[in-house]
Design a protein around this ligand. Structure first.
Ligand code: PLP
Length: 783
């Protein structure tokens, strides 16, 4: 591995996996190169392997307080979980009278537990009820509910330490309930995240099954074990050669076992081992990190209840930032951590663990998990703290965070459009750097804080906060934002704006601009009206999706005329989406009006105008009328020769598409504001030329080849190792949030055959950007 990747990083994702300790790697090497025997062989090399196997078993049993016969080596915890659950269910299957028909599990369990329960109940065709036990706000199982269900429970699955929050489950209280109820319930406790962090003495408990995983504690992936209390029901999941006393066949993973043995050996001598930190040191590490986080992000909310958790896990959320944004930022600086939630193309899914603890939705969606390990060094903690500091400064410099008091407004305000995207919903900000003015379009709640920071730190005058229409799927934050920003608003009084935010003083004949088709439109000027290059935003009523839908046209007007060719952007709300049209089956919709609005938009826009919709289900950022009418048969129908039959056919087809939306909404569990009539498979990407090599792009002075880094500016500013990655110079940075400006620049320049290489951290964002350019007809774009 190249050093530059690791020399300056801080690895705070130990709950996902840990590096392998050098002693463990050496032990694995030895087991591969010297002691490579099969433990089942009776010759000396085999006996040596057998010795490693059994001595690791013995050490493991000492570490968890069990007998060596109670340890079964597996490939990891997931296999151990399957084996235990399968055993319990097989046991139930064998019983003639079944009085215990419930399988209980805690709501914050690792997904392997509920999934395995459902899977094996289905496979074995058993009439069992699976019941999720709720937890309280600290992540502790609600004991009252457990008591109510324990008498009918065949199996109870809980965990010792939660992987997302670090919460230590009160196992003693749970055990007390089992004892008091005189219950026969079998008990599985997932101990994966407890190993090396809590003292365990399983023998003295009522626990029947406990899965463990090597790679969560400095051993390699592919090794783990199951603690199986004597006399607990057991059926092997894997049969064959009879290894592990017939309980888990298959030649043992000796290198993994040897490595695990070396780690556990060091752990048993932890007091005089330099590898493992004491509990006090670990708690001090947590204090260092949390105080650094608090000073960098004063509004931070911690989701881990620290008094009831291991010191090594810190789960938190920062208002105004999604988890993936912060993962990207920290990663650019060299701090590796995990997001606590999952994302898909349409929306960000909250964390099931934080949801179960009834943590507010925004925190659940934007949660991050920093997890260090019992062998993390003070040096690494310091490195992590430094990266936290640097990240906050990078966010300050790009006006995304306003926490350092001595902060000075950056001078680098960029002209044009800023796209703040959450899931598939866009908020747009149009800014003019010289005039220091801006207009905010379709603000959505989750980015309110970010908008405020952006406006305040650059001291922008807000000319208007606009909605393209009344939204059905989310509430506009506009009236609240108008109040919050009243000191930055050009006109601070709410009564001076109409119900979609249009400033009343910009709705007079004096402020109107003339469009090329002869019509007049109300307009707001971002620059001084008298200036030659007058950047304006004009509004055009485009009812249909809702009765009040409007499209905002942005361009340079000259002598009070906004020419077609000068319209750079059109904010069309949900009237025209990339790959679809706005739905028209709300009570305030009118499909016939939509038909005519589409024709108006087509008449007014030029091929270089970028349509910027409020929803972007297609990940296209922006689109244009030409591409849309080619790709969307319904739009092209609406734009064809005007006859009554055309209108009738349009209305019939539109009605059917809107009805079909119900299915999609069910799938994604959110209101969909519009969609393509023929969910088109991605256009085949034919390139006429061969793909240039990276070297071609890196050649200095190659004017026809452009490299663009599409990461956000704060992330880009954290990268300082371009040359060590083979770049001659830092590439141009056009963040995805400003990508529409570049799309427009390219459309305007008409050079469709320039070689463009888009780059980012993982290739996901640059791929989206590349596809959106290809969709507009740029064929020489790669990522
Ligand atoms: N249980 C918990 C609590 C975990 O954190 C994990 C891993 O993320 C597992 C089970 C699964 O472990 P393995 O990767 O060894 O299958």
């Amino acid at each position: 591995m190249k050093n530059y990747l690791f020399s300056t990083h801080a690895y705070f994702d130990c709950n996902a996996t840990t590096p392998v300790l050098p002693v463990a790697a050496e032990a694995a090497q030895d087991a591969m190169r010297i002691l490579y025997g099969n433990p089942s062989s009776s010759h000396l090399v085999g006996l040596q392997a057998k010795y490693i196997l059994e001595s690791t078993r013995k050490t493991a049993s000492q570490v968890i307080g069990a007998d060596p016969e109670e340890i079964i080596f597996t490939s990891g915890a997931t296999e151990a979980i399957q084996t235990a659950i399968f055993s319990v269910l097989q046991n139930i299957k064998g019983q003639t009278t079944r009085s215990h028909l419930t399988l209980l599990y805690g709501a914050t369990e690792h997904k392997a537990i509920p999934q395995a329960l459902q899977h094996w109940v289905k496979i074995l065709n058993l009439p069992l009820r699976i019941f999720e036990l709720p937890v309280d706000k600290n992540g502790q199982i609600q004991l009252k509910i457990l008591k109510e269900h324990i008498s009918s429970a065949a199996l109870l699955c809980t965990m010792a330490v939660n992987n997302e929050t670090g919460v230590v489950q009160n196992l003693l209280a749970i055990e007390e309930i089992l004892i008091q109820a005189g219950s026969q319930t079998l008990w599985l406790v997932d101990c994966v995240q407890a190993l090396g962090k809590l003292d365990l003495n399983l023998k003295s408990t009522r626990i029947n099954y406990a899965p463990f995983s090597g790679h969560k504690l400095y051993a390699p992936k592919g090794i783990g074990f199951l603690y199986l209390k004597k006399n607990s029901p057991f059926t092997p999941l894997i049969v064959g050669g009879g290894q592990e006393n017939g309980q888990r066949s298959g030649t043992e993973n000796l290198p993994g076992v040897a490595a695990l043995g070396a780690v556990l050996e060091a752990l048993t001598h932890r007091t005089n081992s330099l590898l493992f930190r004491s509990p006090l040191e670990l708690s001090d590490f947590r204090d260092q990190i949390t105080s650094e986080l608090k000073s960098a992000f004063p509004k931070i909310e911690f989701n881990t209840p620290f008094e009831q958790s291991v010191s090594t896990t810190i789960n938190f959320s920062i208002p105004g930032f999604t988890s993936s944004e912060l993962v990207d930022l920290f990663d650019a600086g060299g701090l590796r951590l995990s997001s606590g939630s999952a994302c898909n193309a349409l929306s960000v899914k909250p964390s099931h663990v934080l949801d179960a603890m009834e943590i507010p939705n925004w925190r659940s969606i934007s949660a991050l998990r920093m997890s260090f390990g019992p062998c993390t060094s003070q040096k690494e903690i310091e490195r992590g703290c430094q990266i936290i500091r640097d990240s906050a400064v990078a966010l300050q410099n790009t006006c995304l965070l306003n926490s350092i008091n001595t902060f000075e407004a950056p001078e680098n305000l960029r002209d044009g459009i800023l796209q703040l995207r959450v899931g598939s919903t866009n908020t747009w900000i149009l800014a003019h750097s010289q005039a220091r003015t801006c207009i905010i379009i379709d603000p959505c709640t989750i980015v309110a804080e970010r908008i405020e920071n952006y406006v305040r730190c650059q001291n922008l005058k807000v000319l208007a906060i606009l909605d393209t229409h009344s939204h059905a799927d989310h509430e506009s934050i506009r009236p609240i934002l108008q109040k919050i920003l009243s000191d930055q608003m050009e006109v601070p009084f709410i009564e001076e704006y109409d119900r979609l935010g249009w400033p009343l003083h910009c709705a007079t004949s004096v402020t109107q601009t003339k469009l090329e088709n002869g019509n007049f439109a109300d307009a707001i000027s971002l620059t001084a009206k008298s200036s030659l290059e007058n950047l304006i935003l004009a509004r055009l009523p485009t009812p249909g999706h809702t009765n009040d839908s409007q499209t905002f046209l942005v361009g340079i007007s000259q002598a009070n005329i906004l020419k077609k060719k000068d319209i750079q952007f059109a904010f069309s709300g949900d009237t025209i989406l990339s790959g679809g049209l706005g739905r028209t089956n709300f009570s305030i919709s009118n499909p016939e009006s939509l038909f005519y609005s589409l024709r108006t938009i087509h008449e007014i826009l030029s091929p270089t105008t970028l349509l910027c919709p409020t929803h972007d289900y297609n990940n296209s950022f922006a689109t244009n009328i030409g591409v849309e009418s080619q790709e969307n048969p319904l739009l092209s129908l609406a734009l064809s020769t005007l006859t009554l039959d055309t209108l009738k056919l349009f209305l019939e087809k539109k009605k059917k598409i809107d009805l079909d939306l119900a299915h999609i909404e069910n799938e994604f569990q959110e209101i969909i504001c519009g969609v393509t009539p023929s969910v088109k498979s991605e256009k085949e990407e034919k390139t006429t030329t061969s793909v240039p090599s990276l070297k071609d792009f890196l050649l200095k002075g190659n004017k026809n080849s452009l490299i663009i880094d599409v990461r956000e500016a704060h992330e880009y500013s954290m990268s300082n190792s371009w040359t060590s990655m083979g770049f001659r110079e830092a590439p141009r940075n056009v963040p995805l949030s400003r990508f529409v400006n570049l799309m427009h620049e390219f459309l305007k320049s008409k050079t469709k055959n320039q070689n463009i290489l888009l780059i980012c951290r993982t290739g996901t964002r640059s791929l989206k950007a590349a596809k959106s350019l290809r969709r507009l007809g740029f064929t020489h774009v790669w990522n």
